[in-house]
Ligand binder design. Structure first.
Ligand SMILES: Nc1ncnc2c1ncn2[C@@H]1O[C@H](COP(=O)(O)OP(=O)(O)OP(=O)(O)O)[C@@H](O)[C@H]1O
Ligand SMILES: [Mg+2]
Length: 297
């Protein structure tokens, strides 16, 4: 439903960003200090939202999960006219902080580029999960980059008060106090909160109700519990495909199943989060992970 305010995409407007005040301030402060800054969390805790909000706020250049080309084209937009005319390499001249979101896929290719940028004083902020960092650090070329890290900011979830604020900010008065109380007592991870509220909102609309009330919670929560195992029918199809085609790539999966590549990416993330799918060290190939068969309830 298009009017659902609980969108699953990261937020980018500063006024939509709730909580993590200390982390946000630390990140802002670190932008003026030397060294690479890491933004770390498990999946869905708000890394992309944090770095996007700062990018949106003009604090630096935001580059999403990407390739060398994407980095270069993002940087090129911040080159001055003369440097552009002279055909200079943007990584040699752009001096603004660069937020590299979901950097795991690009670091192996670009570690030395980031090193060079850092060494001439550019702030590099890398956003990634704890697991991705552990995996990347195993490779010598990435290690030289991680050696330059001077600040690590970890996102651990919202407080109860912040969960209340998030729901109020997005849905204004559409949730009864008791419903808000229940949700804020149960969830800390932003993606969980948004997903629960998203489903409750749809349920409210479907039933022609004015508000999400506490009696609807029981209806949505068991459904979430089972869905969480594989994340729904699409995830199941992806999982089945990967089981039959170990080493499949994201684009291949999207083509074969006629799904949007971005939604494949998101569902793959969910499946990895549930340890149903693993990814090779180069982050390109997927296989059914440990316990992939046995985890369904
Ligand atoms: N501080 C916040 N305020 C409001 N909503 C948030 C906040 N942080 C995250 N969200 C919401 O939670 C969801 C997940 O956030 P986000 O995509 O930023 O997490 P992530 O850590 O980047 O996840 P992943 O590891 O999968 O990349 C999104 O729907 C986003 O809108
Ligand atoms: Mg993200």
């Amino acid at each position: 439903m298009t009017d659902n305010p609980f969108s699953m995409t990261p937020v980018d407007k500063p006024e939509e960003f709730i909580g993590y005040a200390k982390e946000k301030e630390e990140l802002e402060n670190s932008l003026t200090e030397a060294g690479v800054t890491l933004v770390l969390s498990d999946m869905g805790f708000g890394k992309s939202s944090l770095v996007r909000v700062l990018g949106h706020d003009g604090k630096g250049i935001y580059v999403e999960r990407c390739t060398k080309d994407k980095l270069y084209s993002a940087l090129r937009q911040h080159m001055n006219a003369l440097d552009r005319l002279l055909g200079k390499d943007p990584t040699d001249v752009v001096s603004r902080p660069v937020f590299v979101d979901e950097c795991a896929a690009m670091v192996p290719e670009l570690a030395s580029t980031f090193n060079n940028m850092h060494d001439r004083g550019v702030k590099i902020v890398l956003s990634l999960t704890h697991d991705e960092r552990a995996e990347l650090e195993k490779h010598p070329v990435n290690k030289t980059l991680f050696d330059r890290v001077t600040k690590t900011i970890i996102l651990n979830g919202l407080t109860k008060e912040e969960v209340v604020e998030l729901i109020k900010q997005r849905a204004d008065a559409k949730f009864t106090d008791k419903a808000v109380e229940f949700i804020s007592g149960k969830f800390r991870k932003p993606r969980d909160i948004v997903r629960v509220c998203h489903n409750l909102w749809n349920e409210m609309k479907k039933n022609g109700k004015e508000k999400v009330s506490e009696d609807m919670l029981g209806f949505v929560l068991p459904e979430i519990k089972t869905r969480e195992v594989v994340g729904g029918e699409k995830s199941q199809r992806i999982l089945d495909y990967i089981k039959n085609n170990p080493g499949a790539k994201r684009g291949e999966i999207a083509d074969a199943l006629k799904m949007n590549p971005n939604s494949v990416t998101n569902l793959l993330k969910l499946l990895m989060e549930k340890h149903l799918v693993t990814r090779t060290a180069d982050f390109k190939h997927y296989a059914a992970g440990l316990g992939g068969e046995g985890k369904k309830e």
